[in-house]
Write a protein that binds this ligand. Structure first.
Ligand code: PEP
Length: 260
C-alpha cells in the first residue's frame, strides 16, 4: 500500500512573509485529513521561516535542489547538511527546469540522488520527455535513459526512500495536462523498469505525476493504478487550489489523520 504524496513546488516565488502565510493557510485546510502525505518546497530563502511555521504539523518540508557535497568551496550552493539543519526531509532533484535552464545532466543528478540518500533526505527525482520527444513518440526511450542515468547504484534500501516524479516537460506550466491514460502508461512503464531493477521494492516506490495539475483535472489522473500522488507547481501557490488537489487525492475511505 503506497501512501499518496502531494508535493507543492513553489519554484522561485514568494517572499518569507508570503510563504509563511501560504503554509499556514494550507495547514488550516489539510489538518485532520488522513492517509495522505503533504510536502511543500519553498525557495531556499523561505525554508527557515516555513520550517518554523510547520513545527508540530505533519506537513513535510522539502527543498527544490541541493549540491552533491556536505560543505566546502562551492560558492552559491546549498548542502544536504544545511537542508537538514532547516528541517528538510525531502529534496526535488533533476527537475526539467534544472535540466533545461541550468544544464544538469543525468550523471550529476545521480550524484545528488546518492548524496541525498546518504544524508537521509528523500529525493523526489523528476523524469519526463520534452514536446519534441513526445511528438517523435520517444517517451519510453527518454524515461529509460533518464532512469538508468539518474538511478545508478541505488540499493534496495535506497529505493524504499526514493520518490520518482513523471513530469512530461510539455505539460509543465503550459496548462496542457497529460490524459489520465497517458500518465498511467508512463507510470506503468516506470514501474516495469523498477521491477526489472529491484523487483522486491517495485510495488513500494511512489511515482508522482506532475504537469499543470489543477483541482479539476487531478482526480482522474490520481485514480490511475500506478499514480501515487502529484508534484504541483503553479496550483500550489494558492492555498485553495492546493488544498482541493490534496482532497481529490485522498484514499477513498480516509477522513482523518494529518494531525496538529
Ligand atoms: C512543476 O513545477 O514541477 C510543475 C509540474 O509545474 P506546474 O504544475 O505549474 O505545471
Amino acid at each position: 500500500m503506497r501512501t499518496p504524496l502531494i508535493v507543492g513546488n513553489w519554484k522561485m516565488n514568494l517572499n518569507t512573509r508570503e510563504a509563511t502565510n501560504l503554509v499556514k493557510s494550507i495547514f488550516a485546510g489539510v489538518r485532520g485529513l488522513g492517509g495522505i502525505e503533504v510536502v511543500v518546497c519553498p525557495s531556499y530563502t523561505a525554508l527557515s521561516a516555513v520550517s518554523s511555521a510547520l513545527e508540530k504539523t505533519n506537513i513535510g518540508l522539502g527543498a527544490q535542489n541541493m549540491y552533491t557535497e556536505p560543505e566546502g568551496a562551492f560558492t552559491g550552493e546549498i548542502s544536504p547538511l544545511m537542508l537538514k539543519d532547516l528541517g528538510c526531509r525531502f529534496v526535488i532533484l533533476g527537475h526539467s527546469e534544472r535540466r533545461a535552464v541550468f544544464g544538469e545532466k543525468d550523471a550529476l543528478i545521480n550524484k545528488k540522488v546518492l548524496t541525498a540518500l546518504k544524508y537521509s533526505i528523500v529525493p523526489i527525482v523528476c523524469v519526463g520527455e520534452t514536446l519534441e520527444e513526445h511528438e517523435r513518440r520517444e517517451t519510453e526511450q527518454v524515461i529509460q535513459r533518464q532512469f538508468e542515468g539518474t538511478f545508478k547504484d541505488l540499493t534496495a534500501t535506497d529505493w524504499k526512500r526514493t520518490v520518482i516524479a513523471y513530469e512530461p516537460v510539455w505539460a509543465i506550466g503550459t496548462g496542457r495536462t497529460a490524459m489520465p491514460s497517458q500518465a498511467e502508461e508512463a507510470h506503468a512503464f516506470i514501474r516495469e523498469l523498477l521491477a526489472s531493477r529491484v523487483n522486491e521494492v517495485a510495488d513500494e516506490v511512489r511515482i508522482l505525476y506532475g504537469g499543470s495539475i489543477k483541482p479539476d483535472n487531478f482526480g482522474k489522473i490520481m485514480a490511475q493504478p500506478n499514480v501515487d500522488g502529484g508534484l504541483v507547481g503553479g496550483a500550489s501557490l494558492k492555498a485553495e487550489s492546493f488544498i482541493e488537489i490534496v482532497k481529490s487525492s485522498l484514499p477513498k475511505n480516509e477522513t482523518s489523520g494529518i494531525k496538529s
